[in-house]
Design a protein around this ligand. Structure first.
Ligand code: TRP
Length: 327
């Protein structure tokens, strides 16, 4: 039987943090290693053009995010791993999808509204049509499953709608894509544990996979554990979650018991979490540095990935052009 196709991507807008990792990327690595799927993972550099990054930063960040994904376990021998803009069919299919998608559907997208608020001086059309390019990313490879975080579900729903609009007009061709959520609950900010961990809150709120041990220790020492009236202690819950994910199970159980007994010491908990994270990502930091020390080799890996993706994308585009009556 033909393997189900998994497609997912990530914008190269910053270093990967533990919220991204537990929310999606760890899941990608597990799905990849299960051997059950045909996987496509890419760096969504075209999507990043909707933001305010400088060209220099963008170019550097594309390489850093690529190195980070490989260092964290995306294996270019198992996964078709590439840079979105290296396969030009993404933009061509996205134009076709632009022409079947009602504009009103795009104005409804919560991410469009959020981003328009955040960058009110740069509400470009790309921000609005962003989810159409995403639908093209997925459907170009006939993606059946898209493992993403909670915030991307609406975009995957739009992908399903886009497929339907296309199929109704031109004939049944694209599959009904489904999203796949990770089991893990949300990782919260260290300094404001009522909010989801996000780099837009500031660097003290997040732990990047590449943070040096001293940085991890320092950020955790400042983590908020205070109880808020009527809300319990979300900061403590968040630290326990991190310890459970990254730490030794016995140590985690001891802290959990102490929390229930009321004998827990938050200073010790923070230290235990910091140590667990530092150890967990020690290999990662080393591999990342190695990959970035040889850009030619890294670029070669990425070219090979694009060479694998391209024939699949080209075949889809040839069929789509025929169906819509061009060329
Ligand atoms: N919009 C996604 C994000 O910000 C990134 C992305 C682009 C993506 N294209 C995709 C995710 C296709 C899954 C599938 O996280």
């Amino acid at each position: 039987m033909k393997k189900q196709v998994i497609v997912s991507g990530i914008q190269p807008t910053g270093n990967i943090h533990i919220g991204n990792y537990l929310g999606t990327i760890k899941n990608w690595v597990e799905l990849q290693n299960s051997g059950k799927y045909e996987m496509y993972i890419f760096i969504a550099d075209l999507h990043s053009l909707t933001g305010n990054m400088s060209p220099e930063d963008r170019r550097a960040q594309i390489l850093r995010t690529s190195a980070e994904l490989i260092a964290v376990g995306i294996d270019p021998n198992k996964t078709t791993f590439f840079i979105q803009s290296h396969v030009q069919e993404h933009t061509e299919l996205s134009w076709v999808f632009n022409c079947v998608t009602p504009i009103s559907e795009l104005y409804r997208m919560t991410q469009f509204k959020d981003k328009s608020d955040r960058q009110e001086k740069n509400i470009n059309s790309g921000l609005l049509t962003y989810p159409i390019l995403q639908a093209a990313d997925i459907l170009l490879y006939h993606g059946d499953i898209v493992p993403v975080g909670q915030d991307q579900i609406q975009h995957v729903e739009l992908t399903r709608d886009t497929a339907r609009w296309f199929n109704n007009r031109f004939g049944k061709y694209f599959p009904e894509t489904k999203h796949l959520l990770t089991k893990i609950s949300k990782v919260m900010s260290l300094l404001d544990p009522n909010k989801k961990m996000s780099k837009s809150l500031g660097s003290g709120h997040v732990i990047e996979l590449n943070d040096e041990p001293e940085v991890v220790m320092k950020k955790l020492s400042k983590a908020v554990t205070a109880t808020f009236v009527g809300e319990g202690a979300p900061g403590v819950q968040n630290l326990l979650l991190l310890l459970n994910e990254f730490g030794d199970q016995n140590i985690y159980q001891d802290f959990l018991t102490a929390e229930i007994d009321g004998t827990i010491r938050y200073g010790e908990l923070k230290k235990a979490v910091a140590e667990a994270i530092v150890n967990y990502f020690a290999d990662f930091r080393q591999k990342r540095a190695e990959l970035l020390s040889d850009e030619n080799k890294l670029n070669e890996i990425l070219q090979k990935g694009a060479d694998k993706a391209r024939p699949v994308a080209q075949k889809t585009m040839e069929e789509v052009r025929k169906m819509v009556g061009i060329r």
